[in-house]
Design a protein around this ligand. Sequence first.
Ligand SMILES: N=c1c2ncn([C@@H]3O[C@H](COP(=O)(O)OP(=O)(O)OP(=O)(O)O)[C@@H](O)[C@H]3O)c2ncn1[C@@H]1O[C@H](COP(=O)(O)O)[C@@H](O)[C@H]1O
Length: 104
Amino acid sequence: MTNALDRLAATIEARKSAAPDESWTARLLAAGPEKCAEKFGEEAVEAIIEATKGDRDRLTAEAADVLYHLLVMLAARDVSLADVLAELARREGTSGLDEKAARQ
Ligand SMILES: N=c1c2ncn([C@@H]3O[C@H](COP(=O)(O)OP(=O)(O)OP(=O)(O)O)[C@@H](O)[C@H]3O)c2ncn1[C@@H]1O[C@H](COP(=O)(O)O)[C@@H](O)[C@H]1O
């Protein structure tokens, strides 16, 4: 059984071969990775604004936009949701402080 995020990632992957006039995702992917990254940034800023205001429903909606646009940006660079989940799994059981030290 798949969850909504898995299904969304599969839909986005399938849109790589869809016509841009039939799908928003296909249009975004056709515009290139830089445009996908720009849209992700815009949606992230909108989520930040709602987080500072404190309206739960609006933040929830913006967070959904952020997740969608994150997956589109990753797909544009051929990074899969499975790749990201594997990286998160790798970090399980380690302290965030250890991870921070490893990056320095
Ligand atoms: N989750 C989403 C989703 N979230 C947001 N968006 C679209 O993202 C677009 C950008 O949002 P904006 O607020 O920036 O809208 P905008 O003002 O029209 O954009 P700009 O003119 O400012 O560039 C909007 O057109 C939204 O409809 C989404 N489009 C698609 N999905 C999912 O992707 C699936 C496939 O969609 P299609 O590829 O369109 O078939 C859908 O079934 C959904 O599950």
